[in-house]
Design a protein around this ligand. Structure first.
Ligand code: SAM
Length: 358
């Protein structure tokens, strides 16, 4: 076999740059496991709350073993996730690091992403097998940290944009929900979006549906804790057969592209929607061409798509729209489901927000 290096001349500078990038990626991948540990054990929280600490002090405050904490801190400082002061041997979080790593109410919180990475890495043996033999892995069969991580990762964006920007960008929906409407949230997961909407529109009623029973149980507890349990109802149901009709809005938050039968989901949504209602479809940001995904966001979402979204749809014999589905592929799905109108209502750096109407 003739290798590429035998047929093409190698540019040493480009090779060095590429190897440097790969070493950086090794470090990032390994460090993401350490960031997960830091989230889980409250190491970042302690640094944020107590201030500059030596490894021994951080271990003492968190009930952990100093030797591991010292190694963890070296990695975290090398990663740019914590700050080290050689003058006193203490580690701390800069305000920006503290917001991103510890403040779950902030739109800039990113801690949930490490749960997603950890859970998706555990899917590798089954995904490798699916590359060889087809099929995939169902959402329900993933490491449970995927369900925790998905909520924690997406929740800050929903908190920042859903009520203030996304719903107002739809045709007349905000007014209907303020007056008192009926909403279905399909593939609601842990129910963060359903609960945010219920808090914002106290005159409306909300139904969250998901095929994953443990997520529905979690969502019910969360609604009770948020004090909206009387107006929000969560139930196990599929997108193709959820109950009810006359909904003013039917929402799909990061769920349509995962589905085994997204056209069937649209068809069912159409017949469950009020005549003048809107379907809100929130999808990950992605390009209209392959090369428009060659950026950090496209890199992350296409990886998650391979390990989770595409795999769930293929496990169900579906079309595998995937997390980087083009707008055209989504439009076709929606129109095949019987809708006449489809448009991009708004967007953020991480999400595309579409509206479908009858
Ligand atoms: C990536 S998660 C998003 C969860 C939630 N909407 C969020 O944004 O945090 C996709 C969700 O869709 C659900 N799901 C996938 N296919 C479904 C179907 N056919 N019917 C109902 N739920 C489905 C999964 O169980 C999962 O909870």
């Amino acid at each position: 076999m003739v290798t590429a290096s035998e047929t093409q001349s190698v540019n040493q500078e480009k090779l060095d740059a590429f190897l440097g990038k790969v070493v950086g990626d090794f470090g990032a991948a390994l460090s993401s496991v350490l960031a997960y540990i830091g989230q889980k054990l409250g190491l970042y929280q302690a640094l944020a709350a107590i201030g500059p600490l030596t490894p021994a002090e951080l271990a003492c405050h968190t009930g952990t073993v100093e030797r591991y904490v010292r190694e963890w801190l070296i990695n975290q400082a090398a990663s740019g996730y914590v700050v080290y002061d050689p003058a006193d041997g203490r580690f701390s979080l800069a305000p920006e690091q503290a917001i991103a790593l510890t403040d779950e109410r902030s739109p800039f919180y990113v801690g949930g992403g490490f749960y997603v990475v950890k859970a998706m890495m555990r899917a590798e043996p089954r995904i490798t097998d699916a590359f060889r033999h087809g099929g995939g892995i169902l959402w329900d069969d993933h490491d449970p940290d995927l369900f925790v991580g998905t909520e924690r990762f997406f929740r800050p964006g929903y908190a920042a944009h859903l009520v203030s920007k996304w719903i107002p960008a739809l045709s007349g929906v905000e007014e209907k929900l303020a007056a008192g409407g009926l909403v279905a949230d399909i593939g609601c997961g842990h129910g963060a979006t359903t609960i945010f909407m219920a808090q914002a529109y106290p005159n409306s009623r909300f139904h969250g549906f998901d095929s994953h029973e443990p997520s529905i149980q979690h969502a019910r507890r969360a609604a009770d804790e948020a004090g909206v349990g009387d107006r929000v109802h969560f139930r196990v149901a599929r997108a193709s057969d959820f109950p009810g009709d006359g909904y003013n809005m039917i929402a799909f938050f990061d769920s349509l592209h995962d589905m085994g039968d997204p056209v069937g989901a649209m068809r069912h949504a159409r017949q469950a929607l009020a005549t003048d209602g809107s379907v809100l479809i929130v999808e990950p940001m992605a390009g209209n061409t392959i090369e428009e995904n060659f950026n950090p966001v496209g890199r992350a979402f296409s990886a998650a798509s391979t390990l989770c979204s595409t795999a769930n749809s293929l496990a169900l014999g579906g079309p595998a729209l995937g997390a980087v589905a083009t707008e055209e592929a989504l439009r076709e799905t929606v129109l095949l489901g019987g809708f006449k109108h489809f448009r991009r209502a708004t967007e953020t750096p991480f999400n595309r927000v579409f509206e479908a109407r009858r």
